[in-house]
Design a protein around this ligand. Structure first.
Ligand SMILES: CCCCCCCCCCCCC/C=C/[C@@H](O)[C@H](COP(=O)(O)O)NC(=O)CCCCC
Ligand SMILES: Nc1ncnc2c1ncn2[C@@H]1O[C@H](COP(=O)(O)OP(=O)(O)O)[C@@H](O)[C@H]1O
Ligand SMILES: [Ca+2]
Length: 530
């Protein structure tokens, strides 16, 4: 049978076979769809099965000529054909809860010419997807999460990359910060994207390497809190293999390596807010997920010696930290993010293509143009709150993760240029437990008199003992440490070890407790391939 073909990109329609059944197969370049429909639908219990499948061309993973083994050639079915020809299409199958799988279908053609024509048309359609990566640099942390990063990549991700014709240069890290250091030397122009196989800590390492490298190449001093950073044009993809995986979960909706690999193959792209943390004029770190003092800082500190427990170290340490029930005194000051159109109390989570992010970042860009990027000098009011806190959390995204599917701030936006600042004031142990439990249910965790949440563009925190013993010295950390040591010597029986907590910055402990965080957006935005 001759295909009704017209020159590409006209519609292509043929009768082909799938598993010995005849199907009408249509490639509609105008609507960017590939569909197949059974020609003789079978009746099951009196009902006719539709037997029709439609796949957007943007969701085709690969197209290749099928291997035809002897079994098929000798089968009765194909004896009437002098030589059967077939091609296989791999495509995205959407499952429940944002999970993706790779579906596969082999179409059998009666003639070689027809098969070639279909292969040509489908490959032309795939070649038009120019945003798809062809060459990736992959960093695997073999010690993250359950120590299965290498296995996950080799078994679940590499075969998909290879089927999609993606070349990957793989580096299995040998020490912490190996990937970060490597990114300063590597020829980035060779790659369309970087993939990190690991958790939030590993993502943060790659992010620091990439942002740092780009700033170094552009001679930008990241120690200057008001400097406008150069934009990174290369994307980072995450294959989840860590303990929390909240960057992956909050962007993709699930922490599943196959789903992430498929998003990477399609070249999906999600901008992400990145904030920078400084202590006086010294750059400390960037953060994309949680910057937490008090409860989450203590959970992280307590988990460090129990890394052998894998992801369970956080549960163990979380339980112990909850029992100790420490609160910390200090001053938080912040400026609200006035350009945003959403609020942390909204009830819609941010998803890909979110209009709140689009609108907010448009308004932010206009504001930045007006202010010529000098955010720190804007005249807007600072709100100052002095108090005793169980936890101070600043999140640039929801921080949804398997432990808390809606996250620390369910309505936080991935790319609106703001962070949500959550203040949990000193409260009873029972009340704190009620607040924590709400993270695991649909109930509002902010609906307590001791919890406040603000959408901010920046904030500063000074622990009480820094306020009292701070000097004008630039080396504030050392001066305050000295003073702090003195308090402890003066009061051997006091609870000084509990006077200060530490900051948990995307799973890393910061050396400083007095910090300034600013969320400059747009210029610091990375493209995240998830
Ligand atoms: C009684 C039930 C209480 C349940 C409370 C659940 C609250 C969970 C909130 C989780 C927030 C996670 C924020 C993410 C932080 C990550 O960046 C960080 C590093 O991740 P990784 O590199 O993958 O290890 N993870 C953490 O700091 C762990 C926090 C765990 C808190 C229990
Ligand atoms: N080969 C390695 N050995 C030890 N630590 C490493 C190695 N590679 C990366 N790291 C560090 O491990 C930390 C945690 O990694 P991550 O993948 O986030 O695991 P987890 O989610 O279990 O914390 C990161 O801060 C990263 O810098
Ligand atoms: Ca945000």
């Amino acid at each position: 049978m001759q295909p009704e073909y017209l020159p590409f990109p006209a519609l292509l329609c043929s009768v082909l076979s799938i598993s010995r059944q005849h199907y009408e197969v249509t490639l509609d370049p105008g609507r960017a769809l590939l569909s197949w429909r059974k020609l003789r639908p079978r009746s099951v219990k009196g009902r006719t099965r539709a037997g029709s499948v439609t796949v957007p061309l943007t969701e085709i993973v690969s197209v290749e000529e099928a291997e035809i083994d002897g079994k098929y050639c000798n089968s009765m079915k194909w004896q009437h054909m002098c030589k059967p020809h077939a091609f296989t299409v791999r495509y995205i199958k959407r499952m429940k809860k944002h999970r993706w799988r790779c579906g596969e279908v082999t179409f059998w053609c009666s003639e070689e010419q027809m098969c070639c024509h279909w292969l040509q048309a489908l490959n032309d359609a795939l070649n038009q997807q120019t945003h798809r990566p062809k060459h990736l640099l992959v960093y695997i942390n073999p010690y993250g999460g359950c120590k299965k990063g290498k296995q996950i990549y080799e078994k679940k991700v590499a075969p998909l990359f290879s089927a999609a014709g993606i070349a990957a240069d793989v580096v299995v890290t040998e020490y912490a910060n190996h990937a970060r250091d490597n990114l300063y030397d590597v020829n980035l122009e060779k790659y369309d994207g970087i993939v990190c196989v690991g958790g939030d800590g590993m993502f943060s390492e790659v992010l620091h390497g990439l942002i740092g490298r780009v700033q170094k190449d552009s001679h930008i001093d990241h120690n200057n809190p008001s400097a406008c950073l150069s934009r990174c044009s290369i994307r980072i993809g995450i294959v989840p293999a860590g303990s929390t995986d909240c960057v992956c979960y909050a962007t993709v909706g699930i922490n599943d390596p196959v789903t992430s690999a498929l998003h990477i193959i399609l070249g999906d792209c999600q901008p992400l807010d990145v904030c920078s943390i400084h202590h006086k004029k010294n750059f400390l770190k960037y953060s994309v997920s949680l910057l937490g003092y008090g409860f989450y800082g203590d959970v992280l500190k307590g988990s460090e010696n129990n890394r052998w427990l894998g992801p369970a170290r956080y549960d163990f340490s979380g339980f112990k930290t909850f029992l100790t029930h420490h609160w910390y005194e200090g001053t938080v000051s912040f400026q609200p993010a006035k350009w945003v159109i959403g609020s942390p109390r909204d009830n819609k989570p941010c998803t890909s293509g979110c209009h709140v992010c689009r609108q907010s970042s448009k308004q932010l860009q206009e504001l930045q143009k007006e202010q010529n990027c000098r955010f720190e000098h804007s005249e807007e009011e600072w709100t100052t709150i002095k108090g005793k806190f169980m936890a101070i959390n600043a999140v640039s995204l929801s921080c949804a993760c398997p432990r808390s599917p809606k996250g620390l701030s369910p309505a936080a936006h991935l790319a609106d240029g703001s962070a949500d600042l959550i203040l949990v004031r000193k409260c009873s142990r029972l009340n704190f437990l009620r607040h924590l439990i709400r993270h695991t249910s649909k109930k509002d965790q902010f609906e307590f008199p001791f919890v406040e949440v603000y959408r901010v563009k920046n904030f500063q925190f000074t622990p009480k003992h820094f306020e009292e013993y701070d000097t004008e010295s630039t080396d504030i950390g050392n001066v305050s440490k000295k003073n702090f040591a003195q308090i402890c010597t003066d009061h051997p029986s006091c609870v000084c070890s509990h006077v200060n907590s530490s900051w948990n910055c995307d799973g890393e402990t910061l050396d400083q407790t007095a910090i300034e965080m600013s969320d400059k957006k747009v210029k610091r935005r990375l493209l995240l391939m998830t």
